[in-house]
Design a protein around this ligand. Structure first.
Ligand code: ZN
Length: 181
């Protein structure tokens, strides 16, 4: 039996939205009493249950970093208050669940464009580093977080407000995945 809190994935290949029933659209069937849950992205009414992610301390660290990035400056890795997150699946598969597309983006293959990713190359690169950290504990270079571009105004490559970027870095570097440079 399908539980209301089970995570579902939209059956439509071009969509693959993931979420729970509470986030779907409950559409009346027109008969005056019944309704059908449909995908909020594509309107499809066919879903399947996906496995619960594997619990992992390093995934939690990665997700704390994502949350910091998503709550500072230009709020990368988020969309309309929804924050992206990473998941570890069976067989060492690492997924990035995109805040905009809501798809589970498969991250193990690097240097190709990932389908379902709404972020640009800079964020894809950072997510690749997080994937490596999740899989084997490879530390993350501090220079990957809102790197300063050595301009006099203290601006950074991400275009984050300098004060926000400083706050982000200060909090991020308390997380255990960074190496000193
Ligand atoms: Zn869909």
């Amino acid at each position: 039996m399908t539980m209301m809190q089970d995570r579902q994935e939209c059956s439509r290949q071009s969509c693959r939205w993931t979420g729970v029933y509470a986030e779907m659209v409950n559409q009346p069937n027109g008969d005056g009493f019944s309704s059908t849950f449909v995908c909020p992205k594509c309107g499809c009414d066919s879903f399947y249950v996906i496995d619960k992610p594997i619990e992992s301390e390093r995934v939690n660290h990665a997700n704390r970093l994502i949350k910091l990035i998503a709550t500072h400056g230009r709020k990368f890795l988020s969309h309309e208050n929804k924050i992206a997150h990473m998941e570890l699946g069976k067989g060492g598969k690492v997924f990035y669940v995109d805040a905009y597309t809501r798809r589970r983006v498969y991250t193990n293959r690097e240097h190709i464009q990932w389908s379902g990713l709404s972020e640009g190359g800079t964020m894809q690169s950072l997510i690749s580093h997080l994937k490596r950290y999740i899989l084997d504990g490879t530390p993350i270079d501090k220079r990957l977080i809102a790197p300063k571009c050595f301009r006099e105004d203290g601006s950074n490559i991400w275009g984050y407000d300098p004060v926000e970027a400083d706050k982000l870095r200060e909090q991020a570097f308390k997380l255990p995945m960074f190496q000193e440079v």
